[in-house]
Write a protein that binds this ligand. Structure first.
Ligand code: MG
Length: 124
């Protein structure tokens, strides 16, 4: 399984990469939405993208819109991982095409649970 972790926090990128690495996910990272689109173009569609909301240059919501505008990425599961926990934000992201929504701070169990819901990963 391949994933792209998109977050402007280096610490969050490291934590998520480590969690995913432990279940044998191959991880690429990006620091903002624009960089994530570059990684997508270069590496092709991953199985999963974990996407922060608040980032410079291009935020996570705009990234979800951009990915969903390209049908060649239809199979990519998009999971928002964010401090934007308002129901409005959740609805907005899901309407734009996000598959799952995780609130920060997250636990490994939460991430694994959401992966399982999306039909990804072994569970633990
Ligand atoms: Mg951020």
């Amino acid at each position: 399984m391949k994933a792209i972790v998109v977050d402007d926090s280096r610490t969050t990128r490291l934590v998520l990469s480590k969690m995913l690495g432990e279940i044998d996910v191959e991880v690429s990272t990006a620091g903002d939405g624009r960089e994530a689109l570059e990684v997508l173009e270069k590496e092709g569609a991953p199985d999963l993208m974990l996407i922060d909301w608040n980032m410079p240059v291009m935020n996570g919501y705009e990234l979800v819109e951009a990915v969903r505008a390209d049908s060649s990425y239809d199979s990519v599961r998009l999971m928002m991982v964010t401090t934007e926990t308002g129901m409005e934000n959740v609805m907005q992201a899901l309407e734009a095409g996000a598959n799952e929504y995780v609130m920060k701070p997250f636990t490994k169990d939460t991430i694994l649970e959401k992966l399982a819901i999306m039909g990804l990963g072994s569970g633990r």
